[in-house]
Design a protein around this ligand. Structure first.
Ligand SMILES: Cc1ncc(COP(=O)(O)O)c(C=O)c1O
Length: 460
């Protein structure tokens, strides 16, 4: 297709003060508290081919066999082109829901397809749940740190977000309990608790069974909704599976969010939400207003793919690959990060959360790291407030072993510069000694993580 030149009078000059004034009075109140997703911004920067990105949460889609993709799409084109190119029901096709029931069944959950809506990724499910439940000023509770992509959603619905600290066993449910009590005394009822209890994004930690049980009990006691976001449950590299909150609760108070992004492809933009009928009704209304329906074409693709019966084998192949990459990253951290750093040892998922000495600001560090052509997500993206400054999220699924090693080496070198500068300025003794191999153990058995930052204080 030949390119049509933009006529000179239509070309955008720099935004003038006049332009800013013209639009300023039109923006909705909520835009003043909207914030950008740090990850989206970073993805633009890390698109440069020379950058080793440990920033995204990217699954390695190069592992999906192109012949299989071609065969499925050809079958769709030959057998059901007209239907696949048409609109579909807002709730999603029954056949897609059958696949979802199968995926949830693989983690021990029994679900009624009527309680399921197919969404444009798990991200839209978070948005639709907020749209259905959150008015400006409402309290939403989440983990500290929380999924960085949920932060802009909560902000755009003008929620008051309260974060409850995590440790190696996931959200501190005892702190949550105290918080609920405080809110009750103030006459405030939180709209929901948002949690990624299994292989959390960003911290890589998993909520222990006693905490899961207690959280579900609290939900019943306080008639509190819990939103369980579980993109990573099937990506387990060690240890025993843990029952999802949805399974423990049976679906009365736990709303569930799932996605095909990490077990098949994020490009197909297919996720889902599970909710009891009264909540589902509102979610469906919100979805109608947002985009009418989820892509018919990609739902047809999932249907064809599941009909082949090999989806579990593909997930097992991914698990093998990611386990190796996680181990590579853990070994590289021991080699290249200073002894003063700690990090999580996840038993699944895609992320390691590293914490550096307090005086290092990971936002500043990122600017320096980008000059060395390597990227990570600064910890602050996972907090509503100013916390997380000396932490970082590192992804080990999106690039191969050699790049992981080189990426961690480069980040380690930038950290070393910062540490040396600090020590030169303060005269403090060197903390640059490398971590002893084994100091953080090998494969964590039993606990999901070894060291985890203990910040101590409160949830607010
Ligand atoms: C916890 C969590 N929720 C939701 C999403 C959004 O995923 P998607 O919209 O691709 O399904 C992600 C993506 O990384 C995630 O980590």
């Amino acid at each position: 297709m030949s390119e049509v030149p933009i006529p000179p009078h239509r070309r955008r000059a720099h935004t003038s003060t006049r332009d800013l004034e013209r639009y300023a009075g039109l923006f909705a109140e909520r835009t003043t508290v909207m914030r950008s997703s740090a990850m989206r911004d970073l993805m633009a920067i890390t698109a440069r081919p020379e950058v080793i990105s440990l920033a995204g949460g990217l699954p390695d889609t190069s592992t999906f066999p192109p012949q299989s993709f071609a065969a499925q799409m050809t079958r769709i084109a030959q057998e059901s082109a007209a239907e696949a190119l048409q609109y579909g029901p807002t709730e999603g096709f029954e056949e897609t829901k059958d696949c979802i029931v199968e995926v949830m069944g693989a983690e021990g959950m029994l679900v009624d397809p009527h309680d399921v809506i197919v969404t444009t990724g798990g991200q839209q499910a978070i948005d639709l749940i907020c749209k259905a439940l959150v008015d400006p000023g409402d309290v939403v509770i989440c983990e500290a740190p929380t999924y960085p992509g949920a932060v802009p959603v909560f902000c755009s619905y003008q929620a008051e977000v309260i974060q409850v600290e995590c440790d190696e066993d996931g959200m501190r449910v005892d702190e949550l309990e105290q918080l609920l009590e405080r809110l009750r005394r103030d006459g405030r009822r939180p709209k929901f608790v948002y949690s990624v209890p299994t292989f959390q994004n960003p911290a890589g930690v998993t909520m222990s069974l006693p905490r899961r049980q207690r959280l579900v009990e609290l939900a019943r006691l306080h008639e509190l909704l819990v939103v369980e976001d579980n993109p990573y449950g099937l990506l387990r590299y060690g240890g025993e599976p843990m029952p999802p909150l949805y399974q423990l609760d049976g679906g009365d108070f736990v709303l569930y969010i799932g996605t095909f992004s990490k077990i098949l492809s994020p490009g197909i933009r297919l996720g889902w939400a599970v909710a009891p009928p009264p909540v589902m009704e509102k979610i469906v209304l919100g979805k109608q207003a947002a985009d009418l329906c989820t892509s018919t074409l990609t739902q047809y693709f999932v249907r064809e793919y599941f009909a082949e019966g090999r989806w579990r084998q593909y997930v097992e192949d991914l698990v093998e690959i990611y386990r190796g990459r996680r181990d590579t990253m853990l070994a590289a951290l021991v080699e290249h990060f200073p002894a003063a750093a700690t990090w999580t040892e996840p038993q699944g998922g895609l992320f390691i959360w590293a914490t550096l000495p307090e005086y290092i600001d990971s936002g500043d560090l990122l600017a320096k790291a980008l000059r060395a052509d390597v990227a990570f997500v600064p910890g602050q993206a996972a907090y509503i407030d100013e916390r997380g400054r000396n932490s970082m999220r590192l992804n080990f699924s999106g690039v191969g072993d050699a790049e992981i090693r080189e990426g961690i080496r480069r980040i380690g070198a930038v950290i070393a510069e910062q540490v040396e500068l600090y020590e030169a300025l303060t005269g403090e003794e060197s903390t640059l000694a490398r971590a002893e191999p084994g100091r953080r153990g090998g494969e964590a058995d039993g606990a999901d993580v070894l060291p985890f930052r203990k910040t101590g204080e409160g949830s607010g």
